[in-house]
Design a protein around this ligand. Sequence first.
Ligand code: MN3
Length: 205
Amino acid sequence: MSFDLPPLPFARNALAPYISEQTMDFHYGKHHAAYATKLTALTEGTEMAKKSLEEVIALTANEPSKAGIFNNAAQVWNHTFFWHSLKPSGGSAPASGALREALVKAFGSVEAFFEAFKNAAVGQFGSGWAWLVAEGDTLKIVTTANAQTPLTTAGQTPLLTCDVWEHAYYLDFQNRRPDFVQAFLDHLVNWDFASENYKRHCSGC
Ligand code: MN3
């Protein structure tokens, strides 16, 4: 078994001008692909190769001797989750429904959520990720460094993520991470995906 690069849920040019085809060629075609290739090479012929991606992440998290496997496995998972967090002509916010209610309850208003998410994403020092997660009956914004993922935090269900590694935005925004995060919130967020994740979380409560 190998850890294949999952297909993109949209065409490589579908998110332009906010995420250009050139960025997708590098970010998906080179970075994401390389994590999958390295993970396959690192696990080939071992018990890990028979596990699911989620199992590999759980088995290697917080194990310094397995950091190479963890980093590549988590980055494969995080990137696949990120692509599904995006869609052409996305953004704004869910007009109605349980997730909108939960956002208002947790952050005061949808606008306040946007501001808090942007501040967290911009404030993540160096490479990492900004996430909207569900925990119990509330929502939280968390950031993770490098390949870290809320998947390994008991009780947290990731709903949505924004990749804030420089490779995610440098070709399109250079050093302007705040502009990239704003474009993500205004034009790219796939709220249908976040709502589905939230529904699954709530059915497990
Ligand atoms: Mn990335």
